[in-house]
Design a protein around this ligand. Sequence first.
Ligand SMILES: [Zn+2]
Length: 282
Amino acid sequence: MKTPLITGLLLSVAFLFLTGCNHLQNDSDPDLSVFPQTEQGTEEKPSDDTSLPPADNIKEEENRSSLAEGEKDDSNSTQPEDSAVEADTDPESMAVIVNKEYSLPENYEPDDLVYPDVPFTFDEMIDKRMMRKEAGEALEKLFAAAAEDGVTLLGVSAYRSYDTQEQLYNNYVKRDGEEAAQTYSAFPGHSEHQTGLAIDVTGGDRICVVEDCFAGTEEAKWLEENAAEFGFIIRYLEGKELITGYKYEPWHIRYVGKEMAEAITALGVTLEEYYNVVPVSN
Ligand SMILES: [Zn+2]
């Protein structure tokens, strides 16, 4: 007598459950489809920092939800802005775009490199401690403001010449082969560190130096909230990997000037989206 009723109930529950699941899937799938299919297949995620085994699988779900939010916002808010801002490809400009598509000239070397007066994870006065004057001065202010808020930052790696990047890249190719090297190291001329406007930073505890675990730290949060005020942007945002061509790098900050940094941060977009030069071809 009761069996049909129970079966009916079970079917209803199963139906509701399945409907719920489909609903969830429908929410995320369209957002992923905005990216070209070919790029999802190749999954190239070079990093210009060091050899970092990506912990992508851990963050995949997180990234998807970020993508979902980011894409919805972008389509509504950035389009008019995008068409008004032309991509700056002048190597001397504070607003220059350098990525997998836009490179710097091989012989480009900034002529105003200085040693910013901030602590680094090393003591030597070497190239990777240098930045262009304007960016270096802004960095000093940023570090000082962080310190006032009780947040200790350390520089890890700033300027990197074309030759240094080439040596690094070639060493990686020798060690791992070209295909693998491309997944974690920038091709010479394509590293933003060559501009003298980018720097990798870390926390005073030196626990997550240029590693995924820097995400979510007190220092990473402080940068997210305050970097723009000093003219810096978090260059490689979470959930924008297929747009920037790089995995999420909360430690890599890029000077673009205060006005532009605040505009980009307020929009929640990448430099590529700001200039409307997406997607980056891998
Ligand atoms: Zn970097």
